[in-house]
Write a protein that binds this ligand. Structure first.
Ligand SMILES: Cc1ncc(COP(=O)(O)O)c(C=O)c1O
Length: 449
């Protein structure tokens, strides 16, 4: 056990020795299940807008935004100033007292969502938010059955692990829920080998088949991410959720829209994924980008579902003054600066530029997403579509060396995930494309025998 380390501000030395020391201390003191990016992991010590700097002062264009969480940008004065002021006034009182910013944020969320959604419960993370959604729907429907999509990710608690359809993230199979999985609308790798649109949305109809064959007939809810985040930005065809919504309505099953990655305008065409797909949820789950990096999560649900909790319930930190002040400031910043429109414009431009790249590099098998939520799937061969997870690792590492941070994900770990702060520009995209192009070239050359 080492002495308590100083904070980065008190510990400004840079260089490889410091990096290696930090990594060794990380490995000594933190859970090994929490992975790190890169052969040589880095500390991001500061940031400004879409730029971040590591411990050596090296700058990177941030095209990952701390997993789609730094929604507006780093160190934005219009967001940070209100947080600092709130910190100096009062940082915590608990939910046993009135919290002005919490009430204002709940009102704001009601304005942004359909009229039937009018009760909010705040949490500290997406996992807890999904737990709250499961609690109200299972109580309301007197059922512990859930329908979820394969390749989904909903969190790291017992219930949410077991609502997640990806083995690499399923550390335990102990669950309070009985989850039934439906095939996901993953057109590039259709679970049934079909092709859109001649498939006539076989995947959506599978929801009805699963209800009819594997459930008691009374599932508590159906949960889905409008675009699967950790699953590799798998983007359903436009009519998928409309068809699923019709099925759910016929059976009276509530729809939980897990918007932890898709909300606040990131997808460009709408504030939330459910709006883009033309479906009205009964519960919307949110977290990540709401407060631009300050921890927050929650649900907004119908009155009926919110009333399902008959005993007492609270979250000590849920909706606390700091996180809700940050969320309000961030939503204001997104609206004032039209960041949703920017996400649509710059995201569309990025997809166009990536398609040009795909003409050069046959390792690019699929490009998908909406707005600034873009997945690029790398494959060994376009015909076989064999996933190339190793290439993703090398491209990600090489891009980092050249000053670009991108994420990765997907069940086969072969998808580059691009989800920058929404202030990025077309010129940033040009820089990112140039770096990706050179990185693919470099690692492809290195791979040749
Ligand atoms: C769609 C989705 N739901 C829920 C979660 C869990 O959120 P958290 O990590 O804040 O618990 C995540 C996290 O990546 C997510 O992407």
């Amino acid at each position: 056990m080492r002495a308590t380390p100083a904070s980065p501000a008190e510990h400004p030395e840079a260089g490889q020795a410091d990096r290696e020391d930090l990594l060794a201390r990380h490995r000594e003191s933190l859970f090994p299940s929490v992975g790190l990016f890169y052969d040589e992991p880095i500390e991001l010590r500061s940031g400004e807008g879409q730029i971040v700097r590591d411990g050596d002062g090296r700058e990177y264009l941030d095209f990952f935004g701390g997993i789609a969480t730094v929604s507006s940008g780093h160190a934005i004065p219009e967001i940070n100033e209100p947080i600092k002021k709130q910190l100096d006034r009062i940082s915590h009182s608990s939910t046993l007292f009135l919290i002005r910013s919490q009430i204002e944020l709940a009102e704001r969320l009601r304005q942004m969502t359909p009229p039937a959604l009018n009760k909010v419960f705040f949490t500290n993370s997406g996992t807890e938010a999904n737990e709250a959604a499961f609690l109200i729907t299972t109580l309301n429907r007197n059922s512990n059955e859930l329908i979820a999509l394969r390749h989904s990710y909903h969190g790291r608690s017992f219930a949410t692990i077991n609502a997640s359809g990806q083995t690499p993230w399923r550390s335990s199979t102990l669950s309070p829920l009985q989850t039934h999985y439906v095939g996901n609308p993953y057109c590039y790798r259709c679970p049934w080998g079909k092709t859109y649109p001649s498939c006539d949305l076989f995947c959506a109809d599978d929801v009805e088949a699963v209800i009819q064959t594997t459930t008691s007939g009374n599932p508590a809810a159906f949960i889905a991410e409008p675009i699967q985040g950790v699953g590799g930005f798998v983007t359903p065809p436009p009519e998928y959720f409309v068809r699923v919504g019709e099925i759910l309505r016929r059976y009276g099953i509530p729809f939980i829209s897990d918007e932890v990655q898709t909300a606040w305008g990131r997808i460009g065409v709408a504030d939330f994924g459910f709006q883009a797909y033309g479906i009205e949820p009964d519960v919307v789950v949110f977290a990540k980008g709401l407060a631009n990096g300050i921890p927050i999560g929650g649900v907004i649900a119908t009155d009926e579902l919110a009333q399902s909790i008959r005993s007492l319930s609270l979250s000590t930190f849920g909706g606390n003054p700091i996180s809700t002040t940050a969320a309000l400031a961030n939503l204001n910043y997104i609206a004032t600066n039209n960041l949703r429109d920017n996400a649509r414009d710059v995201g569309g431009y990025m997809q166009d530029r990536l398609r040009e790249l795909a003409e050069r590099w046959h390792a690019i098998g699929d490009i998908r997403g909406l707005g600034l939520m873009i997945g690029v799937e790398l494959v060994k061969d376009r015909d076989s579509k064999e996933p190339d997870a190793d290439l993703v690792l090398r491209v990600q590492d090489e891009a980092k060396r050249r000053g670009l941070i991108v994420g990765r994900g997907g069940l086969y770990a072969n998808t580059l995930r691009i989800c920058p702060p929404m202030i990025v520009t077309r010129s940033d995209v040009d820089t990112a494309i140039e770096i990706l192009d050179t990185s693919i070239e470099r690692v492809s050359r290195a791979q040749r025998p």
